[in-house]
Design a protein around this ligand. Structure first.
Ligand code: SF4
Length: 128
């Protein structure tokens, strides 16, 4: 699997926050296998951008990263110490504006009508 853990979920259900792993920290498959919950419920994963194979890709940029910047307020006032910044598409396209909002983004986005769940949804052409 190409996916790599770079953050751990903390905070509350209403106000989730990601704690970013130190640059040299890794979470192995053995740790994930031992978890009593689905790893996507507690970790943030990075994965290679699939560009046109991903529904979030708009042909030029990541639509999810853009909607996060446009639709969510910053939750920190300094860039988190993120180990994937050098390869992060959201950062490459939106610079620090993405990072200031990123700690509230969880892998398993709830379908609860929250701002995050609305931002994460891909709008059909008829919705616009
Ligand atoms: S947006 Fe910033 S903080 Fe979030 S994963 Fe990318 S580089 Fe890390």
């Amino acid at each position: 699997m190409d996916a790599k853990v770079f953050g751990v979920l903390e905070g509350s259900a209403d106000e989730p926050r990601i704690a970013y792993l130190r640059a040299d920290a890794t979470v192995g498959a053995d740790v994930m296998a031992a978890l009593p919950v689905d790893p996507v419920a507690v970790f943030r994963f990075s994965a290679r951008c699939e560009t046109s194979r991903c529904a979030q890709f708009d042909g030029h940029t990541c639509g999810l990263g853009r909607r996060i910047v446009e639709g969510l307020a910053p939750v920190v006032d300094a860039l988190p110490p993120c180990q994937i910044r050098a390869t992060c598409r959201w950062y490459a396209e939106n610079l620090g504006a993405a990072c200031l909002r990123c700690p509230q983004v969880v892998t398993l986005v709830p379908r609860d009508g929250s701002r995050l769940s609305r931002v994460a949804q891909i709008k059909a052409p008829s919705d616009t």
